[in-house]
Write a protein that binds this ligand. Structure first.
Ligand code: GLU
Length: 315
């Protein structure tokens, strides 16, 4: 059997918060439980939002916690580059591959038009693209291109994509009805997360994707894209519940009290990892725990499916 290759894929748009660390810890434990290795990929796709200094601090912090990786980040490895900002040519090739299969079309819609025309997705408030630019003739495309640089969308078929999530079990989605034609490149030339993440997971040999359940809904689109790009093997996916603050809100990179800086000045790595492992249901008490102990305790069956509120006084 192929060795498990897990990954962390942080976006360096700010300092890591506890939720990011929780995800890194569980991804690491899930991979190590299977004797696997980890990749660190810096998702600095959007130059406006990403800063090199945050990527540097993230790496130092992960190392401080012992959540090390075998390839990626400043360490390098056999599948460079590991920073998405350096992968433009690679994403362009993937875009061309999709174009050669007639799966891509230019979209000239403005933000305002998208808001006005798009139908909300039934279950989760996402918007389905109304298809305005789907069937433009070549002539119409050329005409519009004189006025505006287009974004690029993929034309999704009317198919059901299903997969078995390591925590949430059987999942499925009809792409045309529930996801719609989605963006793979923005009008300003920045490639979309959906394309980049798929291309990178494939080329870095990632076999297991562990990440927040906010990305569960992206997975069918990503599996389909991977298939279109000729993936030999699609990774397994395990989504994890999100950590919430005491008000039930998602943690943000601006949340000072739960910032890693603050926590690292008050606790040891084992104390923080132990508290997070307790929140994940891996251990019975929020006590310090070493990574080898936590590998032994890790099991997908112990994780809750509901989001987790950090109780008052835990940190
Ligand atoms: N870069 C994304 C984030 O920091 C994670 C993407 C993924 O895990 O697929 O939220």
């Amino acid at each position: 059997m192929k060795q498990t290759v897990g990954r962390f894929a942080p976006t360096p748009s700010g300092r890591m918060h506890l939720g990011n660390l929780f995800c890194a810890e569980l991804a690491w434990l899930a991979a190590k439980k299977e004797g696997g290795t980890m990749v660190l990929r810096i998702e600095d796709l959007d130059p406006q939002r990403s800063r090199k200094e945050f990527a540097n601090i993230m790496q130092q912090e992960l190392i401080w916690f012992g959540l090390t990786w075998e390839q990626g980040g400043d360490l390098g490895g056999e599948h460079p580059p590991y920073c998405q900002s350096q992968c433009g040519d690679i994403y362009r090739q993937a875009l061309q591959q999709l174009q050669s299969k007639q799966l891509v079309y230019p979209c000239f819609c403005s933000r305002a038009e998208l808001h006005a025309a798009n139908a909300p997705h039934l279950s989760d408030g996402r918007y389905l693209y109304a298809g305005t630019c789907r069937n433009l003739t070549l002539q119409e495309q050329q005409q519009k291109a004189k006025e505006k640089h287009p974004a690029m969308r993929v034309r999704v078929p009317d198919v059901e994509i299903s997969f078995c999530d390591l925590l949430y079990g059987q999942q499925g989605e009809n792409l045309a009805q529930e996801a719609g034609d989605f963006l793979i490149c923005r009008a300003d030339g920045v490639f979309a997360y959906q394309l980049a993440v798929v291309v990178d997971d494939l080329r870095m040999g990632v076999t297991q994707v562990v990440r927040g359940r906010d990305l569960l809904g992206s997975t069918p689109r990503q599996i389909w894209l991977a298939q279109q790009l000729g993936a030999q093997q699609i990774p397994t996916y395990g989504h994890i519940p999100l950590l919430l603050d005491q008000n039930g809100d998602r943690l943000s990179k601006r949340d000072g009290a739960l910032s890693l800086d603050n926590l690292r000045s008050r606790y040891t790595a084992e104390q923080i990892l132990g508290k997070l492992a307790w929140l994940a249901g891996l251990i019975d008490r929020p006590e310090p725990a070493s990574l080898p102990e936590l590998i032994a305790e890790f099991s997908w069956e112990k994780l809750p499916k509901q989001d987790i509120c950090i109780p008052n006084g835990l940190f």
